[in-house]
Ligand binder design. Structure first.
Ligand code: ZN
Length: 352
């Protein structure tokens, strides 16, 4: 993830701190050391640090089990709102998803249990440590229980989806879980504003609402596009330009033909791609120069037999609008985001 710092690797998974998280922790420690706000002392700061250690352990719980089921975990990132495990798509196997989702909260309950055991061992001596342990038990119980709320995409919501998916198809189960998640998020926001007057709860509600919608959309799209290949929807007859073409002329072509991007060909070899965005805001004196100065030369290709969902993933990952399609080192087509969106529209209305 952008703007994050890797701190260590555990179970082969890099754990990163996001810059906003580092700033927040720095801020809390500064408050504690300078004693600016009564009540915020080093013990509070330490407790908050431990809270985030718990969040990492919670995420590791998910990741450990996911890895066992063969899901690759790219990294765990800590944000001020909690932890995120960046993993490949989870297995669409309800039983596995159920266990992976439960693993995180179970870690919290386990930590609470261990701390409770330590507390019993202390038998009331070391008052400082005891009260610290008490706090920590409370935090872990709250964290575990909160994550089990059936608000998709939180853990509890994923558990709910897995349970639903055993009774209906995966898309319908996601749709239902996401709808429940959104209603719960709205309820949480209202309760947060009027009852607890707590902005943090409202932020979490917003996060859940957006997350539910995004994940539902993603699953809809991958379901509708499932089985469709790049060659089914790409444009076969590709208009190309040459590296020595002038900016002015290429812009003219774009206006006339209505395409927003062109592969740049040097003889039979593709050497770049030039888009309306690359050219539209150039200075006047650049208009008479050749496009090779402004084209993108780091190319990402699709292949004709690649699933459209994988091409869409590439577009999203690299924030680009189109992919040249190559077969045996030859340019055979081009697939754009609008091609995919058009296919989606058509597939949605297609009677099944
Ligand atoms: Zn979790």
């Amino acid at each position: 993830m952008k703007y994050s710092l890797k701190i260590f690797t555990i179970l082969g998974i890099p754990v990163e701190l996001h810059i906003s998280f580092l700033l927040l922790m720095g801020f809390i420690y500064a408050l504690a050391i300078l004693n600016l706000i009564p009540g915020v002392n080093l013990q509070t700061a330490l407790l908050i640090t431990l809270l985030f250690v718990t969040v990492v352990l919670h995420e590791l719980g998910h990741s450990y089990l996911a890895q066992k089921y063969g899901v690759r975990i790219e990294r765990i990132v800590l944000l001020p709102i909690g932890g995120v495990s960046a993993m490949e798509e989870l297995p669409k196997e309800p039983g596995q998803e159920l266990r992976i989702s439960l693993a995180g909260p179970m870690v919290n309950f386990l930590i609470a249990f261990i701390c409770y055991f330590l507390l019993l061992l202390l038998k009331g001596s070391y008052v400082g440590i005891s009260s610290f342990l008490n706090y920590f038990i409370l935090i872990n119980l709250i964290l575990g229980a909160f994550n089990l709320l059936p608000a998709y995409p939180m853990d509890g919501g994923r558990v709910l989806r897995a349970l639903l998916a055993e009774r209906m198809n995966y898309v319908r189960a996601t749709e239902l879980a996401a709808a429940i998640g959104k209603y719960l998020a709205i309820t949480m926001a209202i309760v947060g504003i009027f009852y607890f007057k707590n902005i943090f709860l409202v932020l979490i509600a917003l996060f859940i609402y957006i997350g539910a919608e995004q994940e539902y959309q993603a699953i809809m799209i991958s379901n509708i596009l499932g089985g469709i290949l790049v060659e089914n929807i790409m444009s076969h007859d590709v208009k190309t330009v040459k590296p020595d073409n002038h900016v002015n002329d290429v812009l003219q072509t774009m206006y006339q033909e209505g395409h927003m991007g062109y592969p740049v060909m040097n003889q039979d070899e593709i050497v770049g791609i030039v888009t309306f965005d690359d050219l539209s805001h150039l200075k006047k004196e650049d208009l008479e120069t050749s496009i090779k100065k402004f084209m993108t030369t780091e190319l990402i290709f699709a292949s004709p037999l690649e699933p459209v969902t994988s091409a869409l993933e590439k577009l999203n990952q690299h924030h680009i609008g189109r992919l040249p399609v190559k077969e045996n080192n030859r340019l055979v087509g081009i697939i754009s985001r609008s091609d995919i969106m058009r296919a989606l529209e058509i597939m949605k209305v297609k009677p099944v």
